[in-house]
Design a protein around this ligand. Sequence first.
Ligand SMILES: Nc1ncnc2c1ncn2[C@@H]1O[C@H](COP(=O)(O)OP(=O)(O)OP(=O)(O)O)[C@@H](O)[C@H]1O
Ligand SMILES: [Mg+2]
Length: 188
Amino acid sequence: MRQCNDDLTAVVVMGVSGAGKSTVAQRLASRLGWSFTEGDALHPATNVTKMASGKPLTDTDRAPWLAAVARVIGTWRSRGERGVITCSALKRAYRDKIIGDHSDVRLVNLAGSRELVAQRLAARHEHFMPASLLDSQFAALEPPGADENPITVAVDRPVAEIVESIVAVLCAPARLPPAVQPKMRGVQ
Ligand SMILES: Nc1ncnc2c1ncn2[C@@H]1O[C@H](COP(=O)(O)OP(=O)(O)OP(=O)(O)O)[C@@H](O)[C@H]1O
Ligand SMILES: [Mg+2]
């Protein structure tokens, strides 16, 4: 098996509801042999009730949830474990709270059109996120900037392909520094 990701603790899989976070993150975790945590399961019950009734969460509502996501990653780090966690993390401020300047956490951004995501949500029945919240999700979405070093993947293809394209980036061989040229004596 290829050894890779030696310096990584966690992968955070972000995106709007219905982008495929849970589906992709579970498959990615099992492909890597890492732990998996469903970030949505870390919402306080009051948030779940609010979302179920079709009301968007406020940033105050989100604070304990983001802290819980960050705690899971911190626990993996302190135990020397590795894991994949889902978190919609739509805004930069949320990602700053859960990732911040930790270089051992890599962001995967699942990107899809509103039309495709709406179709997938409509076909999914057993979940608390009503399709009516999708507009507020896209309105809130701040795609990650280049400085966040995201792995952005289009979701209009099969899950297995999405997972393999993420693994290909995570396991890419480290870039070597340019070869050091031996100095020739007497030449400046
Ligand atoms: N690449 C894909 N191709 C086809 N169907 C997909 C793909 N990815 C996810 N799905 C399906 O789309 C639906 C939404 O996926 P999923 O539940 O993983 O999204 P999510 O981002 O976790 O949403 P939420 O934030 O609401 O939990 C599911 O029914 C899932 O089976
Ligand atoms: Mg999910």
